[in-house]
Design a protein around this ligand. Structure first.
Ligand SMILES: [Fe+2]
Ligand SMILES: [Fe+2]
Length: 276
């Protein structure tokens, strides 16, 4: 299997960076090749540009998986659907359309209506339960919030429920887990569910987790939280860490110190391969 980074805050050469995450997952199962698009960045144009430069395309795309509703993961969705040009399953959590904002008022949720996305070809599969997208490629579904380190969320976002302004626990945050012969490979969006909770959930689904790749949203976390997260990774047996986006430079440094050669900073155009 291979993961190609299509959107991220870092890029080199003629590739385009942007705020957000998008990964193209390519797997082979039983002699058949599959592609899954995980998240769509803030804008589609840079991804289209990067696909061309990287000699990749979305032909025969099996599905689009959305990690959560934030605009920096869903903003490119309409462009992605138009570029695919035929109906495609879009797998996400049922809360994907609910309002989400930070205060003072700035909306940060999905910037399109369900109708316009359906019209562009989205066939929504909205599930709190894990969904097997391709043989051995499964969403975590809703992630149980159990790890004592992650009792507090690292993002102060709000929603409206029954006419009341409430903190949004971002229950829509899900990740994608790929079974390989070396263990599970976990793709995260922003890890608003807590990245240790996500790893625990992935272990329930596939056994050992070999690598975790994506944003961990530790950008505003204090040093105690960061150190506890790195320790938690080791305790849960994670062997490789590829991170960037909303992880924050202090947390990236902490992972680099602990993981050395087994750490990598994400950037557009990077490819990560694992034995099937
Ligand atoms: Fe994000
Ligand atoms: Fe987010």
């Amino acid at each position: 299997m291979e993961v190609v980074v299509l959107a991220e805050e870092h890029a080199s050469g003629r590739l385009w960076a942007q705020h957000g995450i998008s990964f193209l997952l390519k797997v082979e199962r039983g002699g058949k090749a599959y592609k899954v698009l995980f998240d769509t960045g803030t804008s589609w144009e840079p991804i289209q540009h990067n696909l061309r430069l990287l000699n990749e395309d979305l032909n025969e795309l099996t599905a689009i998986v959305l990690s959560h509703r934030h605009y920096d993961h869903t903003g490119g969705l309409l462009g992605a659907l138009k570029s695919v040009g035929k109906p495609v399953p879009v797998i996400a959590h049922p809360d994907i359309f609910s309002v989400n904002f930070v205060l003072p008022m700035r909306e940060i949720g999905l910037p399109y209506s369900r109708e316009e996305l359906k019209e562009a070809g989205a066939r929504f599969v909205l599930s709190k339960d894990p969904v097997e997208v391709v043989p051995g490629v499964i969403t975590t579904g809703e992630v149980p919030r159990v790890d004592p380190v992650e009792r507090e969320m690292t993002l102060e976002a709000y929603t409206v429920r029954d006419g009341r302004l409430v903190r949004d626990p971002m229950m829509d945050d899900l990740s994608l887990v790929v079974k390989t012969s070396v263990g599970g490979i976990v793709l995260t969006g922003c890890s608003h569910a807590g990245v240790l909770n996500i790893v625990r959930r992935a272990k329930q689904l596939v056994g050992e987790v070999y690598a975790v790749m994506g944003g961990f949203h530790l950008i505003s976390a204090d040093d105690n939280r960061i150190e506890a997260t790195v320790r938690g990774f080791r305790e849960l047996g994670v062997k490789k860490v590829m991170t960037g986006h909303c992880t924050g430079v202090r947390a990236e440094c902490a992972f680099l110190r602990e993981y050395g050669e087994d750490f990598d900073q994400l950037a557009v155009g990077k490819r990560y391969s694992f034995p099937d």
